[in-house]
Design a protein around this ligand. Sequence first.
Ligand code: EZ4
Ligand code: CO
Length: 405
Amino acid sequence: MKIKEIKIFVCCPGRNFVTVKVITEDGTSGLGDATLNGRELAVVSYLEDHVVPCLIGRDAHQIEDIWQYLYKGAYWQNGAVSIAAIGAIDMALWDIKGKLANMPVYQLLGGKSRKGVTVYGHANGESIEETLQNLETFIKNGYKAVRLQCALPNTKGTYGTMEGKKNYYELQGNRPLPPEQVWSTTKYMNFIPELFKQAREKFGYDIHLCHDVHSRLTPIEASRLCKLLEPYKLLFIEDAVTTENPEGYKIIREHTNTPLATGEKFNTLWDAKEMIQNQWIDYVRTAMAHGGGLTPLKKLADFAALYHVRTAPHGAPDLSPVSFMGHMHFNLWAPNFGVQEFVGFGTPEINEVFIYKIELKEGLLYMNDQPGWGIEFDEKAAKKYPYKRSYLPVNRLEDGTLWNW
Ligand code: EZ4
Ligand code: CO
């Protein structure tokens, strides 16, 4: 089944998405997500200028060989841009294989391990009160897990909150230059335990709670925060420290039993290997689009299972619905699946471009059984929403020092 054509689409129905469509000689097409927030066009060039010419005429069924060919064959194996490109092609090929086999992709992996996908929502707020009001709405809507992020008092926003905006739609895709935010580790460390204390006092311990540090602490600071949060029994603390220095997680591990999650920026299995093998983390958050596609992700899940590490794919709304549907299949299969981050794509523009169906019931997501990923892309609708340069924010300490994102 020869690959006949590969199309790359960039559109901004609220935020920028890069979508890859691989078409085979019989007219079957598959979709992949190549979105890399803030560096979208670099991935487009990598695909159009360097990947597509090598793939025309190849057998779309040989997913593993194509993956190895693009990864090892490039000589420059690693890097977020190249892995995002490879990941999108890999995803599109799995979509095609599912369609040709007339099966949802999870069937090709070995079938479902569960009836639905447990998700966690984001309760963000400018104050503890507002954050807890949002948490209450999630609980009323049946969510089993919620992430809490709250702006620090007397500072303008903390990443993970809405910077005063009502929703992600207003926030993302709308930053022509990176906005700058101020970060104070001291204020943050003094404030966050209070957020979780009040959450538990008000809502008890049935709801799973988590929090994303976005790598803004040092290992010993993170150890202290995780210890302070122990009474509030979090599902996990995410990205407590950067992953460039994996041993940072060893230090945290030695100090606390708060579960640890990381990996949304992992590109390869090797990025995750040491932390998993040493059991320094509990959840690995690698996304299909940023981790090279389903081919490496299924290997990562199996490797993690050997060490009691669960999968929890990154589900930020800057990954497209194609990624989200890919994760649905991966999550339904992975025996060691933990939880899926779910913010939703609820804008009419996004739902006009990406056509798919999911349903949330009592905190679990379900989808219709359709061959492949079960998502379509409306090329004509996408044309209505041209690319808009947009960046994630930049962070500085109070004295102006550039800090971790
Ligand atoms: O870092 O959207 O867990 N979720 C997150 C998100 C992402 C940003 C960039 O992809 O950490 O906030
Ligand atoms: Co995160």
